[in-house]
Design a protein around this ligand. Structure first.
Ligand SMILES: [Zn+2]
Length: 286
């Protein structure tokens, strides 16, 4: 799998077209420029299709997709196949292909990486990181600005955020998959039922979720050995009509997640690591 190549190719295209602002990212025009005509048709069972003949391509996007953001992503995804997978003459891509990031279909992951990078170029997107904690409201604003779906925007946010954060996708009360920033040093409990201590659980339980980010026990989301007192911040939003909850998680600096291994016994601190206070009464920080 070569996702760095996919994002580099997208970045080169954005640079060659001298695109500097989100409103200049017209994916249909970019596709034309690259040699792929975009059409809208009703497609059965797929979101997008690419037909290639030599250096020319035709991208068809499913007219029945309910959001412009999804259409744009599907076009960008097919353009990714056009740019990266020249040995494929005919490709059909399903909804699952568009939203799978952690599965084994390498070409689909590369096409998704390309799509995210061309619709939300790193340098332009980074300008929208505000000087505040991660927040779903900020992500919603960015999605409006870039005309991208909330899911694609949240995943891109988690991918390049300087904060220790992760975006988790839950469906039918189960944690399906997640994407995390480079500094988020934990694993989320993928495949498990949501803990009642999460707010995402509330949605599937028919209860309103809080509108603002709130602290929850870290063990409710994180796999592995996590101290019972450690907390993590969660801000969850339901994707209306899809039965899906997107949860943004992040670690606050002052919150201690004490799971840490020591290679040598003598390196271990003498005090109790599960206690958030050092013996002299000051809060311990890593
Ligand atoms: Zn595809």
């Amino acid at each position: 799998m070569n996702t760095p190549l996919a994002s580099a190719r997208a970045a080169a295209i954005i640079k060659s077209l001298q695109i500097r602002n989100p409103d200049e990212i017209c994916i249909r025009d970019i596709s034309m420029e690259r040699g792929a005509l975009v059409k809208e048709r009703y497609l059965e069972g797929s979101e997008g299709r690419l037909v290639r003949k030599g250096r020319i391509g035709i991208i068809t996007v499913n007219k029945s997709l309910p959001e412009e953001g999804r259409k744009r992503f599907a076009i960008a995804h097919e353009l990714g196949h056009f740019e990266l997978h020249s040995d494929s003459q005919l490709i059909f891509c399903t909804e699952e292909d568009m939203y799978q990031w952690n599965e084994s279909k390498e070409q689909e992951i590369e096409a998704n990486e390309f799509a995210a990078s061309v619709l939300m170029p790193h340098d332009i997107f980074s300008r929208y990181f505000k000087d505040q904690s991660p927040n779903m409201n900020t992500i919603s604003e960015i999605a409006r600005e870039f005309r991208t779906t909330l899911t694609a925007t949240a995943l891109r946010y988690a991918q390049i955020s300087p904060e220790a954060c992760a975006v988790v996708v839950c469906e039918e009360g189960t944690i399906r998959w997640y994407k995390k920033s480079g500094s988020f040093d934990f694993h989320v409990k993928v495949g498990e039922k949501l803990s009642p201590y999460t707010h995402a659980f509330d949605y599937f339980d028919g209860v309103d979720m809080p509108e603002r980010p709130e602290r929850v026990p870290a063990y409710a989301w994180l796999a592995g050995e996590v101290d019972a007192d450690a907390e993590i911040v969660e801000h969850s939003l339901a994707l209306g009509g899809y039965g899906v909850v997107l949860s943004l998680l992040w670690v606050l600096e002052e919150i201690k997640l004490p799971y840490r291994r020591y290679d040598r016994e003598e390196d271990e601190p003498e005090f109790d690591l599960t206690n958030p206070f050092t013996p002299d009464g000051k809060r311990w920080r890593w």
